[in-house]
Design a protein around this ligand. Sequence first.
Ligand SMILES: [Zn+2]
Length: 174
Amino acid sequence: MPFTPFHFGPGLALKGVAAPMFSWSAFVAAQVLIDCEPLYYLVHQEYPVHRFFHSFLGATAGGLVAAILCLVIVRAAGISFPSLVAPLMGSTSTARGEVSSLGILLGGLAGGLSHPFLDGIMHPDVRPFMPWSDHNPFLGLIGVVPLHLACVAAALLGAVCVTLWRFRSARRAG
Ligand SMILES: [Zn+2]
């Protein structure tokens, strides 16, 4: 990985671009789920630590599973606590994106698809195109420090944009 939380930055940038139709929560869930793979192999000291779930195929599957889990949680919460979840659907565009089915699906998928790319830049054992190819064209595309700085910059940019979305919603409501 870039250490898992660094992945959250590009997700926040995407949230900033498309807040009403993008769930950052589902994006984050996808990162955590996918990085259970290297965690498992590191704990068991089995190498390589980046395997199927760090290919585009596996990470997309992981992202979909994360999205389904998020959908189940949101729907279950909607049934159990309707007074808490229902207002979110009609509130700010930022909140709507977090709980809508489309937002959750897009968040999970984007989370899955971005993961092998970012990890592939810094980890030699990532094979983004497995099972078809062992080649990793992303390796060394940029240095590890610039990669992490780019993730932080994306987070800051995303935070500013999300704040602007919230201001816009608040102004409309007011
Ligand atoms: Zn990873």
